[in-house]
Design a protein around this ligand. Structure first.
Ligand code: ADP
Ligand code: MG
Length: 149
């Protein structure tokens, strides 16, 4: 699950609404615990994507914002959603243990969305779906998804 491997799917969107709709469709199809690793620079659209996933889980997307100060936000829909933004964490291992990431990953009915997964360091999450969003200028974004076993 690195950039050296070809993405499973590649999309190009032309507006925030289109990115939202794309993620909504993916969210709607989720029936099992799933982890999304959302990569991309500030303003790429990670939170827009997170809102779409949330909507697909019957969570009000207006509730979903970058959880910058709390590191993790929890939402209840037809599944539980944990939305993490690791941008500001310093020592991944300690803080993630305190946050209870391990427990989140082991919940039977939870979706975990992680913005800035680069901060996970050496921690590998088996089966996670990587999403890389690139700003192509204006409202154009390229989204690449890697699904792994
Ligand atoms: P991030 O969480 O990656 O820092 P946000 O999702 O908070 O970024 O913000 C993305 C910004 O880019 C929003 O203001 C959104 O309206 C805008 N935007 C413009 N075009 C797109 C697009 N095609 N997809 C997603 N967001 C877009
Ligand atoms: Mg964000």
């Amino acid at each position: 699950m690195t950039d050296h491997q070809s993405p499973t799917i590649e999309y190009q969107t032309h507006s925030a609404e289109e990115t939202f709709e794309l993620a909504y469709g993916i969210g709607e199809a989720i029936t099992e615990p799933t982890v999304f690793l959302l990569e991309g620079d500030l303003g790429a659209g990670k939170t827009v994507f997170a809102k779409g996933i949330a909507a697909g889980l019957d969570i009000d997307p207006a509730e979903v914002n970058s959880p910058t100060f709390t590191l993790v936000n929890q939402h209840e829909g037809r599944m539980r959603l944990y939305h993490l933004d690791l941008y500001r964490i310093e020592s991944a291992e300690d803080e993630l243990r305190e946050l209870g990431l391990e427990e989140m990953l082991n919940e039977p009915n939870a979706v975990v969305l992680i913005e800035w997964p680069e901060r996970l360091g050496k921690l590998v999450i088996p089966g996670a779906v990587k999403v890389a969003i690139h700003d192509l200028g204006g409202d154009e974004r390229r989204l690449r998804l890697w699904y792994t076993a």
